[in-house]
Design a protein around this ligand. Structure first.
Ligand SMILES: [Zn+2]
Length: 395
């Protein structure tokens, strides 16, 4: 409770009456889940319990930002209970990997996986792990977290089970979540001066067909466009068509670029004579003339290519804005002159971590599993480093 209190809204009055007991609006659901698990879990045969729910939660933020930090947000939260530490830890890491796979493989956002420092971990967790993404302004977004809660919540809510030796024992629990922040992240990572750029795997429309040419060939071109539309749709590609007669093609091109549609398909009377059409990539602007009878494969290949380019571009940006420092002075200079992430050694003391925050505005993001380099000295006190940590200003 203590860890969450700064962002808890309390209900003290309802239906015109003062409540005898004030109610907190949940910032997360461990307490409710704990209450139910205490009733549901009796024996080792009931384990593991693996539950995922989609829910809105409230955190009373002092400063809100669209998508990234809102007082109420939708998320998914998983809560699991296990017989022992090993199984619970495996689940914790499995979900972290699931999140990494989703954010990198579907949203084309490269992330740094690692463990939170004790001061940044989830209140009530034994260990918290996160994936951290870099936005285009160099700030970090915590894109997902997974927690090993040990027996902390089991003890608080008395979640016990009869083990295989017929003895009562506390379960080991985990929780994990990602939220609508991911939408904010993908807008900020991939957007450019022309507008939104959506990763193909999550784009509501992956391809937009735009028929072109003079009025006299219009019906013929639209007729063929309808056929191509049907073919792509049948192949499972999310396709749209804009055949409005009163809007010029150039205007439509800009419109769908701004909306982030990954691939545009242009077709005109001359293309029809040649049995071809033109695919244009939103992200690189590359134009490719393709045979109509190979359209499905060509579109699939270009969607894959767009995804890869988006990921590579975001990765290259992150690499260019990733610095390694040895002292706090170096870090201050780096933070003032450049935007980005900083890798530094840390002795493990909360005081040193706090000083970094005070003097640079950067917080420890996580202790990466695979740092580029292992640092040997704490950037603040110069003592031997226990960990190599990623620091950044964060949303
Ligand atoms: Zn230190």
């Amino acid at each position: 409770m203590e860890g969450f209190n700064p962002e808890l809204p309390w209900v003290t009055e309802a239906a015109g009456e003062k409540l005898e007991e004030r109610l907190a609006i949940r910032p997360t659901s461990e307490t409710m889940i704990g209450h139910m698990y205490e009733k549901w879990i009796q024996s080792y045969r009931d384990l593991p319990v693996l539950i995922n729910q989609w829910a809105n939660v409230v955190r009373w933020e002092k400063r809100t930002l669209p998508f990234l930090r809102t007082s109420e947000f939708l998320w998914q939260e998983g809560h699991t209970a296990h017989e022992n530490e090993q199984e619970a830890r495996e689940e914790t890491m499995r979900m972290l990997e699931t999140y990494r796979d989703f954010v990198e493989g579907y949203l084309a956002i490269p992330v740094i996986t690692g463990q939170k420092t004790p001061s940044e971990k989830f209140a009530g967790a034994v260990d918290t792990f996160s994936i951290e993404a870099m936005m285009k302004d160099g700030r970090a977004v915590q894109a997902g977290t997974s927690h090993y809660l040990g027996t902390n919540f089991a003890t608080a809510f008395n979640i016990q089970y009869l083990n295989r030796e017929n003895e009562r024992e506390f379960v080991h629990t985990t929780s994990w979540g990602v939220s609508t922040r991911l939408i904010g992240s993908l807008i900020m990572v991939h957007g450019d001066d022309r507008g939104l750029a959506l990763p193909p795997k999550v784009a509501p429309k992956q391809v937009m067909i735009i028929p072109i040419g003079p009025p006299k060939t219009r019906d013929m071109v639209i007729g063929r466009s309808d056929e191509l539309f049907a073919e792509l749709k049948k192949a499972g590609i999310r396709v749209g068509m804009d055949d409005r007669a009163d809007v010029r093609p150039g205007w439509k091109f800009n419109e769908y670029e701004m909306r982030g549609v990954p691939v545009r398909l242009e077709i005109g009377p001359r293309d029809m004579e040649n049995g071809v059409c033109v695919l244009v990539s939103r992200i690189s602007g590359e134009k490719k003339v393709v045979q109509q009878d190979r359209l499905v494969e060509e579109v699939q290949a270009m969607l894959e290519q767009v995804h890869q380019e988006m990921f590579n571009r975001a990765k290259a940006f992150r690499d260019e804005h990733f610095y390694s420092v040895d002292t706090l002075d170096e870090m201050k200079a780096s933070m003032e002159e450049k935007r980005g992430f900083t890798l530094a050694g840390w002795c493990g003391s909360e005081a040193c971590e706090h000083q970094v925050k005070e003097e640079t505005g950067a917080t420890s993001r996580n202790i990466p599993f695979e740092p580029e380099v292992q640092k040997t000295k704490c950037l603040v006190c110069g003592e031997p480093a226990k960990h190599t940590v990623v620091f950044a200003r964060a949303y």
